[in-house]
Design a protein around this ligand. Structure first.
Ligand code: CP
Length: 310
């Protein structure tokens, strides 16, 4: 059987193109399963997975839980807000206590960049990064590229612009790695203050004018302004940001071609995207959410196949 070149999914940076294509091929099979009347397979009946969320989440958390249930894995859920982390327990102690209850895999969202890799080097379980601070969100990037492939037939050769708060976005970095490995051209667009200075080293184009960026692209991935990660003001006001970088129906209709519109969620309607764009047939936002379950099933299934059963 084909398998991944990695034992953990801590980021897209250390995946090969073959890894990503294998995840997509496996997700194709699981997408067929989750559209059947009985949406479940018995593949992981002997596997226990802990979902550890040290940060808020709606889509990622529910999507992982559903993916695990569809694969018949046993799951336990942990939320930092109601745990003994509040009493001063360390990350490693918390996880090792959970693992001593015979857990095979950990899905973790954590506010600190590098937390998933740190954990993967210290505990005896497969680790999946469900978002680590401003660093990476690998399963989001995989489901985003999978959704582009589904809508446009291929990712290779496509032009994708990521618009908004690139500086604070783990989605942007994982998408840049994933899209480039699959042969897409990537541009970032936003105010100078929200584009990191090192971005040129990643081989992406930079454009500060939204209209020009949209004329260039086949796909626009609109990101939320991450106010919760901003310690200082990066632009005068949300209203001014929205006037310069918000995607409206008028802008979309003024373009010379029909582009695909994406958003990882949660959406701030009326800021980075208007409601009529988010709900238009050019937007694949809910397809992204649906594909997330199949893609996460694929990742969990492929990593679980590397667990040595006694
Ligand atoms: N896209 C995403 O990561 O959403 P959540 O924060 O709701 O999981």
């Amino acid at each position: 059987m084909d398998n991944l070149s990695v034992d953990h999914l801590t980021g897209i940076k250390n995946l090969t193109e073959n890894d990503i294509q294998l995840i997509f091929k496996t997700a194709d099979a699981f997408k067929e399963v989750i559209n059947r009347p009985i949406k479940k397979v018995p593949s992981l009946r002997d596997i226990t997975i802990a979902n550890l969320f040290f940060e808020n989440s709606t889509r990622t958390r529910l999507s992982f839980e559903l993916a695990e249930k569809r694969l018949s894995a046993d799951t336990v859920n942990f939320s930092a807000a109601s745990s003994s982390v509040k009493k001063g327990e360390t990350l490693i102690d918390t996880v090792n206590n959970i693992l001593s209850m015979k857990v095979d895999m950990v899905v973790m969202r954590h506010p600190n960049p590098g937390a998933a890799k740190f954990l993967s080097e210290r505990v005896d379980a497969r680790v999946i990064n469900a978002g680590d601070g401003t660093h990476e969100h690998p399963t989001q990037a995989l489901l985003d590229s999978y959704s582009i492939r589904e809508r446009l037939g291929d990712v290779s050769g496509k032009k994708v612009v990521i618009v908004g708060d690139i500086l604070h976005s783990r989605v942007a970095l994982s998408n840049i790695y994933c899209l480039q490995k699959l042969g897409a051209e990537v541009m970032v667009c936003g105010p100078t203050t929200l584009i990191p200075k090192y971005i040129g080293e990643l081989g992406v184009k930079v454009e500060h004018n939204l209209q020009k960026a949209l004329e260039w692209c086949d796909v626009a991935n609109m990101l939320r302004i991450q106010l919760e990660r901003q310690d200082i003001k990066y632009f005068p006001s949300l209203r001014e940001y929205s006037m310069q970088y918000g995607l409206t129906k008028d802008i979309l209709d003024s373009l010379s071609k029909k582009i695909v519109v994406m958003h990882p969620g949660p959406i701030n309607r009326g800021v980075e995207i208007t409601s009529d764009v988010a709900d238009s047939e050019q937007a694949i936002i809910l397809d992204q959410v649906e594909n997330g379950v199949a893609v996460r099933m694929a990742v969990i299934y492929l990593l679980a196949s590397k667990i040595k059963r006694q």
